[in-house]
Design a protein around this ligand. Structure first.
Ligand code: FE2
Ligand code: FE2
Length: 472
């Protein structure tokens, strides 16, 4: 087992105590982080014991320990997967050269920007979710929310470690600013738009962990290939934790569908609002909204930055080594559609310039598995309803398609009037959002579930579904 030193203020497997300067810098940042957690982390539950997993090793088996802990006492630590000696850069212009254990001067600004952008999403999502504990549909869900929150906090630690260790004074400044920006604050917002959207209700939370955390997964996968080895090793371990966040989203939505289908099976004409469950059409509209918003996070379809990052060997493709035979991405084209003077036209661009789109392709494919999973729920219940994933041009605010009017399913150009009329049916309306919010009442007796969501098939870490996940 790659040893983790828990005797230190900051648990770590990077031998922090041998670098006094760095240790002091991080120990100075730690109280600011805790202040941020108390101000902007989950409200009201900081004195409760929560059954949480804490990373205790980076081994594939047995990397986590489950126990009761108060969230502010969570052992946020710094864990990197072990170095493999003789590592080589796997793609781009430096392919085959030794990996970097220090930041190469010529790529310093790009790397800092990549790390800060990733880092900023971590506290942002905690801020977005801070009120949800007050309306949890069950103790099981409450615990999962807090697990996601503390791990996003740890991901911030992971990125701040890199900033403090490798970027000197400006890294330390960036680390401070990460605790100063606020999700949704007009004067001092988080960097990416989706991370400024409010997350008022649990349907939004499950969509967020399904679609937005999955963007996180693909960004981490591409950074896990980086020639800057500390970044690759950090993000590799973050991916282990990230999987649970998407599990929460995918199964959360599935359980809402299951509950609605139960009611529909009894009576296909039931008044679902009167029954206090969420109509499948409403779930679809929330999916449309969050799926489209999360697609924006990959950036512009054609991007010189993405070409630069790939060429430099600092950000690869997802599973670069496993899924591709050719790693220069030179002298190759990528076919995509463009929006030219109101028309969709096919085009081809150099592959390196399309790396955002390549990553988005892999992301969409992964999402489709989730959609298929949800459709199994309706099929099992014998309810005739198919969930769909929106066309990637739909409702975009970043890149080629931003601001355009495109059909939800076909991506065809629509007139503004027809589009706006159709969006009444494609996106959640105010009355619908109000209805969903009206259902959000806490239900936290062990083993009890709010009426609008089915219990999970099993509990956490082999515990029973009615286990006391949070001591209230
Ligand atoms: Fe994260
Ligand atoms: Fe996450």
């Amino acid at each position: 087992m790659a040893g983790i030193d828990y005797s230190q203020k900051i648990p770590n497997n990077v031998d922090l105590k041998s670098d006094k300067r760095l240790q002091r810098a991080l120990e100075r940042w730690q109280p600011d982080y805790l202040d941020w957690w108390r101000d902007m982390g989950p409200t009201d539950f900081n004195e409760n014991d929560v059954y949480l997993r804490t990373a205790v090793s980076v081994d594939r088996d047995g990397w986590a320990n489950f126990d009761y802990v108060k969230m502010p006492d969570y052992r946020w630590g710094i864990f990197l997967t072990p170095t493999e000696p003789g590592g080589k850069i796997g793609f781009g212009d430096h392919q085959g050269e030794d990996v970097w254990d220090q930041v190469p001067g010529e790529y310093r600004n790009w790397l800092r920007r990549l790390i800060v952008t990733q880092a900023d999403t971590e506290p942002a999502s905690v801020e977005q979710q801070r009120l949800l504990g007050l309306t949890a549909p069950s103790m099981y869900d409450l615990r999962n929310l807090f697990q996601v929150n503390v791990e996003e906090g740890r991901h911030l630690w992971a990125m701040v470690y890199l900033l403090h260790s490798y970027f000197g004074k400006d890294g330390r400044e960036e680390a401070s600013e990460l605790l100063e920006r606020r999700s949704g604050n007009a004067d001092h917002p988080r960097i990416l738009s989706t991370f400024n959207e409010p997350c008022h209700d649990w349907l939004s939370f499950f969509c967020f962990t399904m679609f937005t955390d999955r963007d996180g997964k693909f960004q981490l996968l591409s950074l896990a290939e980086s020639g800057f080895e500390p970044l690759a090793r950090t993000t590799q371990f973050m991916l282990t934790e990230e999987a649970h966040h998407m599990f929460v989203g995918q199964t959360g939505i599935a359980r809402i569908i299951r509950r609605t289908c139960e009611v529909l099976k009894e009576n296909p004409d039931a008044d679902l609002h009167a029954e206090g469950v969420i109509p499948l059409e409403t779930i679809q509209r929330y999916i449309n909204y969050w799926a489209a918003s999360s697609l924006d996070l990959f950036g512009a379809e054609i991007s010189s930055n993405s070409a630069n990052f790939f060429g430099a060997g600092i950000k690869g493709r997802a599973y670069e080594q496993k899924n591709y035979d050719e790693h220069s991405a030179l002298d190759q084209g990528y076919s995509l559609d463009r929006w030219v003077e109101g028309e969709v036209k096919p085009d081809e661009v150099p592959l390196r310039n399309a790396m955002n789109e390549v990553l988005r392709d892999a992301y969409v494919k992964d999402n489709l598995k989730g959609i298929a999973y949800w459709n199994k729920e309706t099929a099992k219940a014998g309810v005739d309803f198919q969930f769909t994933y929106p066309h990637r041009r739909f409702n975009r605010t970043v890149g080629e398609w931003s601001g355009g009017c495109f059909h939800l399913h076909t991506g065809e150009v629509m007139s503004k009037d027809a589009y706006e009329a159709a969006c009444q049916d494609w996106l959640p309306g105010q009355a619908e959002a109000d209805y969903v919010r009206s259902l959000m009442k806490p239900c936290t007796e062990p083993g009890k579930f709010a009426n609008w969501i089915a219990p999970p098939l099993r509990g956490i870490n082999s515990q029973a579904v009615d286990f006391e996940y949070v001591k209230l």
